[in-house]
Design a binder for this molecule. Structure first.
Ligand SMILES: NC(=O)c1ccc[n+]([C@@H]2O[C@H](COP(=O)([O-])OP(=O)(O)OC[C@H]3O[C@@H](n4cnc5c(N)ncnc54)[C@H](OP(=O)(O)O)[C@@H]3O)[C@@H](O)[C@H]2O)c1
Length: 259
């Protein structure tokens, strides 16, 4: 039986690649977006042109009521969900903790954790009834590196990772798998902004210094999502897969010779 997936933030970047990849494997895809209707429409057209099935759905995941409403809309249009890729997200303003107010923490926590949890909660009856269902949460390797000026984003991603691991235990008895994908820098609009913010470079300028000679592409992340959603990953839950080419290469400092 073909699956029905909701990809939040499916109109651009990582979500776009995930939507196209899942559709290519026979999954009907709800492509969620916030405001770029043309971009979402382009993803739907690309999927349909390749023989797949997709519909675009406008909703803000940082509005928990709208996120729950999105699930209802998808159910009415495509049918009951058995795969959620919680991918939509935004970066924080890039200020130090000393200069960051509560509002910024709450903004990031809402888009990356509270909204997605409302969405997942609304979908759980469908997910539990599916026999095999998956929730895949897009996090970030930033949770491990905790760089300066990123606390609201890092904390929000860490909060969602904690919730995802908890959910994996709670929903295992209902057949729902919950896994986390944590990319490093990815060549997307957000990736370009992050590259510019951390030193004024473009992704193309950074490519040569990255593992395998390139910053990750959205398709690298989409491949891992497709694996987690496949029958091959039937016995995986509560896992976190880093898609960062092996992470930072910290040279081992040779012991100083004492002459
Ligand atoms: N790029 C990176 O380097 C990187 C690294 C690690 C993790 N990530 C994570 O990967 C995910 C995707 O990032 P990306 O680089 O693909 O970002 P992106 O290129 O900026 O695209 C963001 C997508 O999310 C949607 N979106 C943003 N806020 C939304 C909201 N409140 N409600 C619904 N949709 C919303 C956008 O829709 P509209 O176009 O309609 O606004 C767009 O489809 C995010 O969770 C991000 O934190 C990214």
């Amino acid at each position: 039986m073909s699956r029905i997936a909701l990809v939040t933030g499916g109109s651009r970047g990582v979500g776009r690649a995930v939507a196209i990849r899942l559709a290519a494997e026979g999954t009907a895809v709800a492509v969620n977006y916030r405001r770029d209707e043309a971009a979402a429409g382009e993803v739907v057209s690309a999927i349909e042109a390749a023989g797949g099935k997709a519909r675009a759905f406008r909703a803000r995941v940082d509005d928990p009521d709208a996120a729950a409403g999105l699930v209802r809309q998808v159910r009415e249009t495509l049918g009951p969900l058995d795969l959620i890729v919680s991918n939509a997200g935004t970066a924080s303003r890039g200020t130090a903790i000393a200069d960051t107010d509560d509002e910024e923490y709450l903004r990031l926590l809402t888009v990356h954790a509270l909204g997605p949890l409302a969405l997942i909660r609304a979908a759980l009856p469908d997910l539990r009834a599916a026999g095999r269902a998956d929730v895949i949460v897009m996090s970030s390797s930033i949770v491990d590196s905790t760089p300066r000026n990123g606390a609201p984003y890092t904390m929000a991603k860490a909060a969602m990772e904690a919730a995802a691991r908890t959910l994996a235990y709670e929903e295992r008895e209902h057949g729902v798998r919950v896994n986390i994908v944590a990319p490093g820098l990815v060549a997307t609009d957000m990736g370009e902004r992050l590259a510019a913010a951390s030193g004024g470079a473009t992704v193309a300028e950074l490519d040569a210094g990255y593992p395998f000679g390139r910053v990750a592409r959205p398709e690298d992340v989409a491949g891992v999502v497709a694996f987690l959603a496949s029958a091959e990953a039937d016995y995986l839950t509560g896992q976190r897969i880093l898609v960062d080419g092996g992470g930072p290469d910290i040279p081992i400092v040779a012991p100083l010779s004492r002459g």
